[in-house]
Structure formats: structure tokens, C-alpha cells
Design a binder for this molecule. Structure first.
Ligand code: ADP
Ligand code: TRP
Length: 331
């Protein structure tokens, strides 16, 4: 089976956008590929989180991914900092990565602009750590969002360069991988753009029914169309996209017809959307609560995942050391 690796940054709770845009594809992928999903806690150190916050976020994100259906029986799920082999490969890859190319990475430039007082070396070498995450498992496919394409280009460069320097065909070049045919963009409830943490317009998977209902109630709308079959303004189109995702096809069709014959009542639409959204989120939220309150289970899953990931990385690293010339002097 082909190997898939992907890292998840432990930042905040999962929202509906993360769920439909990314996590559901992970859940499908575990059926068809040898998947390794890990929580990128080393990567999150570039913004210097407080120890308590970091610990909490790692646990939360683990519980949330499991609640969404990532199954430790089917996929390997582990915490990045449990696999020290990554650091060794990170060092080797850094020896062959150049200041110029790392400095040109857009995510680095953006972060450097956002946190001018903390432009640290970890931020600068973020792409080589990501390359080590991937190459240590010799992964072929990496599901990532659009913003990660440049980092993926660096991972391929790292693989090619290593192979060229040592005259080997050792690392395969990992490809970006979009699992779903159409890239889904989940809109927020504030009228325009996508649902996102920094946009502050999210419905979270841990939100209770009341919170969800209130958020939907407050969603931006305009007055109904006066001319039959008019195009929908963005804020209305967004509500329909959410209906399409959360509700039954008949419900979508019903409101679409009401829009087109100019008899739509947004109060009714929102009430229905809130109810259907609660029904989508409720079972996930309940599983999040179950996992979050079971530290023993979370620890077991993380431990077993780490063992499998270490085994895979250690094999690669043994070979890498041999290729580089670190033949043990005393065996
Ligand atoms: P945020 O934008 O809230 O900070 P992240 O950048 O952490 O979210 O997103 C992690 C993944 O979730 C991304 O790779 C992306 O594919 C997916 N994602 C996030 N928001 C959306 C959205 N509104 N629609 C579709 N996918 C999304
Ligand atoms: N850089 C990714 C992000 O910011 C997270 C990540 C770290 C990752 N290592 C990875 C993704 C390896 C895929 C493969 O979202």
C-alpha cells in the first residue's frame, strides 16, 4: 500500500471547515492507503506557546481527530515529538538546504512580517523539519492545503538533493495530494470568505447546540430577492453551501425554490440549518467528550502510534547514516 503522511498543527479546536475540507478526506484515505497522521507539536514551537497551552492543544487535537473517525486500527496516529529520529534527519537535511531558498518561502516571509521580534531559526528551517517528517517514512503522497505547496516543493528538493549528493536513488519525491476531486471551501457565517480560525467566524465541532443555533441565527443575510431567479448574493450563497453540506437534498431544493420564487423566509431557513448542523456536530461532539475524558486511552493510542512511527523512521535513518558515511567504528 502506498504511504501517506500528513502533519496537523495543534492550533485551536477543529471547526466545520477543517472537518469537511480536510478531516473527512483523512478518514476516507485511511481505507485505501498506509496512512501516518501526526500532531506537529515541534512545528508549533515557532510561536513559543506556553507549556500548559501546548499540552492541552495536543490532547484536544488528538481527541478531536479520533472523534472525527481517524481510526488507530487503520492509520498510525502519533505525536511528532515522540519520534526523535525526525530530528536527526532534520539536521542532515539542513546541511543541504540553502539560505536563499529557505528565505524565499512565502509562509516564512509572512510569519517574519507578523512576528518581527521573533524571526527565529526554527521558523526559517520549518520546511526542512516538514521534509524530515515526510522523508523519514519515504512517503509518496502528502495531503496538504494550498498554502503548503511551497513547503512540499522544498521537501522534493531535499529528496532530490540528497539522492544527487550521494549518488543514490534513496528518497522518493513526495507529491501533494488532494483526495477529494473538488476542493471544498466551507464558508463562514459572516457573509464573505471562508470559515477560518483567524476570521473568527467558525462553528466548532465542540460547540453545543445552543452555541451553534445562536451562531447560525446571527448569520448575515439580505432581504429576499424581488425578481424571480435572481443570482444569490455571496452571504446567501454561503448559507446555501452550508445547507448543501449539513441538510438533506430536499431541504436544499425547497429553499432554493423559495429563493427563486421570491417567497423565502430566512428565519425559517436558519432554523432548519441550525437544526441540521446540530445533528451533524452532536455525535462528533459527544465522541470528543468521551475521548477527552479518557486519558488512559489517549495515552495508549499515542504510545502505540509512536512505536509504529519510530520503527518506520528508524529503518530509514539506519540506511541514511550508512549512505552518509557514518559506519559505526566500534560495533
Ligand atoms: P484555519 O484556516 O481555521 O486556520 P487551518 O489552516 O488550520 O485552518 O486548516 C487546516 C486544514 O483545514 C487546511 O489544510 C484546509 O484544507 C482545511 N480548511 C480550513 N478551513 C477550511 C474551509 N473553510 N474550507 C475548506 N477547508 C478548510
Ligand atoms: N506545515 C503543515 C501546516 O502548517 C503541518 C505539517 C508539518 C505537515 N509537517 C508536515 C503537513 C508533514 C504534511 C506533512 O499545516
Amino acid at each position: 500500500m502506498e504511504k501517506v503522511v500528513s502533519g496537523i498543527r495543534p492550533t485551536g479546536n477543529l471547526h466545520l471547515g477543517n472537518y469537511f475540507g480536510a478531516v473527512t478526506s483523512f478518514v476516507k484515505m485511511q481505507e485505501d492507503y498506509d496512512c501516518m497522521f501526526f500532531i506537529a507539536d515541534w512545528h508549533s514551537l515557532t510561536t513559543q506557546p506556553k507549556p500548559g497551552d501546548l499540552r492541552r492543544s495536543v490532547k484536544t487535537i488528538l481527541a478531536e481527530y479520533l472523534a472525527c473517525g481517524i481510526d488507530p486500527e487503520k492509520a498510525t496516529i502519533y505525536i511528532q515529538s515522540d519520534v526523535k529520529e525526525t530530528l536527526e534527519l532534520y539536521l542532515y537535511l539542513n546541511m543541504n538546504a540553502y539560505l536563499g531558498e529557505l528565505g524565499r518561502v512565502t509562509t516564512f516571509k509572512e510569519k517574519a512580517r507578523k512576528q518581527p521580534n521573533n524571526v527565529n531559526a526554527g521558523l526559517f528551517t520549518y520546511p526542512t523539519l516538514m521534509a524530515a517528517d515526510i522523508l523519514q517514512h519515504k512517503a509518496l503522497k502528502v495531503p496538504v492545503g494550498k498554502d503548503q505547496q511551497q513547503n512540499m516543493e522544498m521537501a522534493r528538493k531535499c529528496a532530490r538533493r540528497f539522492n544527487n549528493i550521494y549518488g543514490v536513488e534513496f528518497f522518493p519525491e513526495p507529491q501533494d495530494f488532494t483526495y477529494s476531486a473538488k476542493a471544498l471551501k466551507i464558508p463562514g457565517l459572516d457573509g464573505s470568505g471562508k470559515m477560518g480560525k483567524s476570521e473568527g467566524n467558525c462553528v466548532y465541532l465542540c460547540d453545543d447546540d445552543k452555541t451553534i443555533t445562536n451562531k447560525v441565527k446571527k448569520a448575515l443575510t439580505v432581504s429576499g430577492a424581488e425578481v424571480p431567479n435572481s443570482p444569490k448574493p455571496e452571504c446567501i450563497e454561503n448559507l446555501f453551501t452550508l445547507l448543501e453540506i449539513c441538510s438533506a437534498p430536499e431541504v436544499y431544493k425547497f429553499y432554493d425554490e423559495r429563493w427563486n420564487d421570491c417567497t423565502i423566509r430566512f428565519g425559517d431557513l436558519k432554523k432548519q440549518l441550525a437544526e441540521d448542523m446540530c445533528n451533524v456536530i452532536r455525535p462528533i461532539r459527544e465522541r470528543i467528550m468521551e475521548f477527552s475524558s479518557n486519558d488512559t486511552l489517549l495515552e495508549k493510542i499515542a504510545r502505540e502510534g509512536a512505536e509504529r512511527a519510530r520503527e518506520s523512521a528508524a529503518k530509514t535513518l539506519r540506511e541514511v547514516r550508512e549512505i552518509i558515511g557514518f559506519t559505526p567504528v566500534a560495533r
